[in-house]
Design a protein around this ligand. Structure first.
Ligand code: SF4
Length: 61
């Protein structure tokens, strides 16, 4: 699983709270810290995708 954050991000930091191993705040929008999401973190990344208020987290594969 690979994810990215689009510029639809409103910087609410919800994804960082849910899964700080994968998401961190950049200057204005969240950024993804890993190339490939480790399998054990996929559930929490999925939760972050569902919780993101602007649907800014996109699954690439
Ligand atoms: S949850 Fe969505 S809007 Fe909020 S910081 Fe993360 S990517 Fe941005």
């Amino acid at each position: 699983m690979k994810v990215s954050v689009t510029d639809e991000c409103v910087g609410c930091e919800r994804c960082v709270e849910i899964c700080p191993e994968v998401f961190a705040m950049g200057d204005e929008i969240a950024e993804v810290l890993v190339d490939e999401v480790p399998e054990e973190l996929e559930d929490r990344v999925t939760e972050a995708i569902e919780e993101c208020p602007s649907e800014a987290i996109v699954v690439q594969e």
